[in-house]
Each structure stands twice: as C-alpha cells, then as structure tokens.
Design a protein around this ligand. Structure first.
Ligand SMILES: NC(=O)c1ccc[n+]([C@@H]2O[C@H](COP(=O)([O-])OP(=O)(O)OC[C@H]3O[C@@H](n4cnc5c(N)ncnc54)[C@H](OP(=O)(O)O)[C@@H]3O)[C@@H](O)[C@H]2O)c1
Length: 337
C-alpha cells in the first residue's frame, strides 16, 4: 500500500485541529498533509510534529490533488467542494450534515456498519457527534435483543459548536463570576452557569434539528427503520465531552448484567459502572479519550423490557475526528481507498 496524500478542510477549527492530532497519534499512512481553511487563515502556520505547515485558502485545485480529504468546515462549504473533489477521484469523509441522509451516501460508524462503505461513490458522511456515541453503545445490545424504542436526553459540550463557543463560555464565566451581565453571541441566551434545551434550529414538529438527526441517523446507521427515537438535546456549560441519559426498550427483557457483559466485549466501549466507588462516566474523565464510556446501567423501572444508562464520549474525538479517521483506516484496510 502506498502512502496517501491527505487534505484537511477546516484545519484551523476545533475538529480540524483534532484531525491533525488523531492522524499523527494513529500513525495514519500519509505522504503529505495539506491544510485548508477560509481566506482569513491563509498563510497561518500550524505546527505538526515540530514542522510548520502553511494553511491555504480552500480551492478546488488544491483539493483535487489529494487522495483523501477530511472535511470539517460546515455544510455549506462541504456542498461547494465535496461533489467536485469526489468527481476528481478524491475520497471525502465529511463531518457536516450536508450529505448524511442522502440515499447512496454511506453514513458510517466503523464499530457498527463498516460494510456500508462498500461501493462508495467518493463521499462518505460522518454522523452527528451525539448519534455516534449512542449507536456505539446501543448497537451491540440491539444485535442480541432488538431495540424498539429509545428515549435520549443529551448534555452537550460547547466545543460541539466550534471555537467561537469555547471562547464565549470562557468570557461569560469570567463576567458572571465578576457580577456582570454577559451578552450572548453564539447562543440565544447565556451559556455560562446555564443549560439550553436548544441545539440547531427548531423544526415544524417542535423538535430541534439536532434531535431529528439523532432519530434519523440512528435508523440509517443501525439499518433499523422501525426503531422509534425521541431525543431532547441540551447544551451545557462543559468544554469537552457529550453526556447522554438513555432509556431503551428492547423486544425482550435484558438484565443490566447481560448488558454489561455484552458491552464489556464490544469494540470502542468502556464500562465505568461501580456505584460503591462512585465510578461512572463524566465529561472531565472522557475528554481527550477515544472510548465511548457507559455507566449507571440499570433496569428501567417504568418498563419490563427497559434499561437505562449513562453514556459519555469526547465529541471532538469519537464524535468527529476519530470516527472520520477510523472510516479512512477501514477504507485503506479493505482496499477501497
Ligand atoms: N465540534 C464538534 O464536536 C463537531 C462534531 C461533529 C461534527 N462537527 C462539524 O464539523 C464542522 C466544523 O466544526 P468545528 O467545531 O471544527 O468548527 P470551528 O472550530 O468553528 O471551525 C470551522 C472551520 O471551518 C473553516 N471555514 C469556515 N468558513 C470557511 C470557508 N468559507 N472556506 C473554508 N473553510 C472555512 C474555518 O476556517 P477559518 O479558521 O479560516 O475561519 C475553520 O477551520 C461543522 O460542520 C460541525 O457541524 C463538529
């Protein structure tokens, strides 16, 4: 296998920076790395492994001269650049929501549906961060005992919104602690010392688009059109790591012991579940880690076939950059890149 020419579009953003780290940490087989962002970042230097790499403004020409392009610059930019790059023979792994639900475009979590990569047409979609961690935790259980219904409430970190939101939380926290009023810019209300049940826009049925994504992406990834999903997605003043309270209804009863046994053997999952020692997942412990952490596994007392659990993962890693790089690794391993 020859080493690949790789481009990152959105290289100056939170996910883009994480892409660089993950590619290096996993020793991804690459010959060259092209860093692309908006015109405002052109000429900036990014240090990669001690070497400075210059950032260029994204152009079709720069993108067409690579084998693999990792996109994290938002849906609009993906729509501008991905189809043309794919036509030029580049494999694009796209972090935005632009193509996720398009028929024929694989939406992949390598622990769940790597086979969907077969016959890809050049664009592969990386799912929404909250969906990724949920399906990594639920799919192994679903294979044993089909899931009928999922109720999920999320507690999502501000890094999920990008660099500007991290700055907004830091600045607001200082202002509020100093007794001053903070003026929100990124979110409609203050995020410091607050929680907002509002991620992405609201839709006609009064769910938010983030909640819609959790419902529809879950069905596509798990190949389970019948699963009913109801999500409430909430932004919390946490820098990194999304948390989820998940209630699952199975076709048959499943004990917490059986779930722990299955998940303990499942790829990408780490169980943290010992109430005697206050062991359960939380964002501070999950930040910077690759696993999807699962704890508080217990019977759902409101349903005979129900289980409740608490799932936490780093949204920038498994929720974005790591999952995309794992997709690329899978393609390389199967000879599809
Ligand atoms: N953050 C997460 O946890 C997460 C998880 C899953 C998916 N995603 C998706 O990943 C994408 C990026 O998220 P992020 O958190 O990294 O955002 P971010 O920190 O705001 O970074 C945005 C990146 O996009 C680039 N960009 C903006 N406008 C551009 C343009 N016209 N041409 C080229 N590049 C442009 C920016 O470049 P400049 O610095 O030059 O402006 C920057 O590199 C979004 O689609 C998001 O939905 C994010």
């Amino acid at each position: 296998m020859t080493n690949l020419r790789v481009a990152i579009l959105g290289a100056t953003g939170l996910v883009g920076q994480e892409f660089i780290k993950v590619l290096k940490q996993r020793d991804f087989p690459m010959d060259s790395l092209v860093l692309l962002a908006s015109g405002a970042s052109a000429g900036k230097q990014v240090v990669v492994d001690g070497d400075e790499i210059k950032v260029h403004e994204a152009t079709h020409r720069l993108l067409e001269n690579v084998d693999l392009a990792l996109f994290s610059a938002g849906s609009e930019i993906s729509r501008v650049f991905a189809p043309e790059a794919a036509r030029a023979g580049v494999v694009v792994v796209d972090n935005s929501a632009a193509f996720r639900m398009e028929p024929g475009i694989p939406l992949v979590v390598p622990e769940v549906n790597p086979g969907d990569l077969e016959g890809h047409q050049g664009i592969i979609a990386n799912p929404n961060c909250s969906t990724i961690q949920m399906v990594v935790a639920l799919y192994p259980l679903h294979r044993v005992n089909p899931i009928k219904r999922i109720i999920v409430d999320t507690y999502q970190a501000v890094s999920g919104t990008g660099r500007a939101a991290i700055e907004e939380l830091s600045e607001q926290a200082k202002l509020v602690l100093g007794g001053e009023k903070a003026v929100p810019h990124v979110y409609p209300h203050e995020i410091a010392f607050n929680v907002l049940p509002h991620i992405d826009v609201f839709l006609e049925n009064d769910y938010s688009r983030e909640e819609w994504k959790m419902e529809h992406e879950t069905r596509k990834i798990m190949h389970a059109e019948d699963i009913r999903v109801s999500a409430t997605c909430v932004r919390v003043p946490v820098y990194a790591g999304h948390s989820e309270a998940i209630h699952v209804e199975f076709a048959q009863p499943m004990s917490p012991e059986e779930a722990r046994d299955i998940l303990g053997r499942s790829p990408g999952v780490r169980i943290m579940d010992d109430l005697d020692t206050n062991l359960y997942p939380h964002p501070r412990a999950a930040a910077g880690r690759d696993e999807v952490f699962v704890g508080r596994i217990r019977r759902d007392t409101s349903h005979p076939n129900g289980l409740a659990m608490w799932v936490v993962s780093d949204n920038l890693r498994k929720g974005a950059a790591l999952n995309a790089v794992q997709i690329a690794e899978e393609l390389v391993e199967r000879g599809w890149l």
